[in-house]
Design a binder for this molecule. Structure first.
Ligand SMILES: [Zn+2]
Ligand SMILES: [Zn+2]
Length: 151
């Protein structure tokens, strides 16, 4: 398996519209048009995933559910890219990463008072249809939720 570092020169050539910068976490920055990556071995799946966010022009979203759609779309695109570069991305990695987002959405949308599932009424606010309680949530960023371990 190639390392992330060995893939970078190729991606820089193929996608000159983006910058690639080494960092502590994987992240796509729409404002900087930059893909931040780490050089852990076999993390090229995440690298292709972040690149996919860029290629799909993912920027902002108004509902949390859209974030999950963006994540899924970015993995679909990453699988396509992997084929181009003759790489394979483990499906377990994709599923466990998506599960993180589903868990996050579930925790965020559960009414803290009665545990019913709330409706998102604003970018950072939910309302409970059962007990009318409203609550605020933190801002979420694309790919900021990933588990640190990929096991
Ligand atoms: Zn409630
Ligand atoms: Zn992502």
């Amino acid at each position: 398996m190639p390392s992330t570092a060995s893939l970078i020169p190729r991606l820089k050539l193929d996608y000159p519209q983006f910058s690639f910068k080494q960092a502590e976490h994987f992240l796509w920055s729409p404002s900087e048009q930059t893909i931040y990556y780490t050089t852990e071995v076999e993390s090229y799946g995440f690298l292709l995933h972040e690149l996919s966010h860029g290629l799909l022009r993912h920027t902002d979203y108004s509902h949390d559910i859209e974030l999950i759609t963006m994540e899924r779309d970015a993995w679909d695109k990453a699988l396509e890219l992997a084929e181009t570069y003759k790489l394979a991305i483990d499906d377990d990695l994709i599923q466990s990463t998506l599960d993180t987002y589903r868990d996050w959405l579930h925790a965020r949308s559960t009414c803290p008072q009665c545990k019913a599932i709330g409706l998102q009424v604003k970018k950072r606010a939910y309302a409970c249809p059962a007990c009318r309680h409203t609550w605020r949530v933190n801002e979420a960023r694309i790919c900021a939720l990933r588990r640190s371990s990929t096991s």
